[in-house]
Design a protein around this ligand. Sequence first.
Ligand SMILES: Cc1ncc(COP(=O)(O)O)c(C=O)c1O
Length: 439
Amino acid sequence: MSASSSVFTRSHLPHPTAVSASGAWITDADGNRYLDAAGGAVASVIGHGDPAVAEAMAAQTRSVDWVHASAFTTDPVERYAEAVAGLVPMDRARVFPVSGGSEAMESALKMARAYHLARGETERAVIIARESSYHGNTRGALDVSGREPLRRPYEPWLGRTVRVPAVSEYRCPNPAHPADCARFHADRLEEAIDGTGPERVAVFVAEPIGGATSGAAVPPDGYWEAIGEVCRRHGVLMLVDEVMTGFGRTGEWFASEHFGLRPDLLIAAKGASSGYWPLGLAIASGLVHDAIEEAGGLVHGFTWSHHPVGAAVGLAVLDRIRELRLVDRARTQGEMLLARLRTALEGNPLVGDVRGIGLLICVELVEDRKSKRPFPRSARMTERVLERAMEMGLILYPSTGNVDGSNGDYLLIGPPLTVLDDEVELIVDRVTRAMAVPG
Ligand SMILES: Cc1ncc(COP(=O)(O)O)c(C=O)c1O
């Protein structure tokens, strides 16, 4: 990237020009090689440069490149929806393919609203979501997200979501922690529903296991059972955001499965295409779908939704996940990576917590380990580590400002699920050096 570039870039960090990518590695125009321990944005599951996916994409482009979903269906879309419906922990799932996670969130929110309208519960429009959550960057999805730094410039456009506390075993808001944390959160949700008026609440939205903004936070035992019970009792739909966790990342096909969770609505993206195509999925249970259909159908759509090439990519990625046994691999490689990182970073005074599940891991940096006080934002700790890692040829995924809306330094590690043993060792070595206290 040069000063004369016409690209409106995403960040001010230096952007080398990527010229090739294979497995977990990216090579730039100067011949530097980077180990992508972030899987892009914790997105790549099968790794880069898979010829089977490239071939599936090319073959589909040659037969039917695209048709508009209001007029046609296609064989890959039908087959992909059937395959995904058979994998998600939902009854008679119906899959609405779109172009990414934010579009999937917008679509699923409309499904929630449409379901209540179809049942004559016209007042049900309020969305409840957690603090420190991330559900996308379009205006509707951003309003559901609790990530303050991303919301701040657009606040005048936002503000319709009711908030409940974030789930964090490291910074648990429950005064009695670690006792009764699940009950604590379920009670906060119940208060939010009661305070809004149960007849006005449409849907509760949350990541089953935290993504970037809550730093791979795994909920306490019993959390989802207690939340599910409150939602069901009040007729509130559960929309689970599996954009980061879906398609094997946490060691199950979908993170909901760790908790026996069967949501009414589920969204996925990232791992669905592993980056080979911009693909997102909004998925409704048969019950939600049928109610909407009987009332005349969903008033919604995008030009590129139900894209046959996206579906062909999705099918090819599913094949690769199965052939390479990547769901199991996420579990075994993840256990090894987490254990090795914990050992390597144990004595590091900058490291407050190393947590996660499968290949979704977060290192949280703190100024003071005892009080868990975060560094002030002005210290730019995340950026400093990121830059040092980049110099060593290691890509990490940053997330800042999530402790109190301004401060907080998380570095996410989420390599492709194909990551090899020696690459795990390299990640541990480079992370340890990038986070070493400056001497
Ligand atoms: C949990 C979660 N939901 C939604 C999104 C938004 O997805 P996209 O960036 O594809 O719009 C993301 C992206 O990071 C995410 O991690």
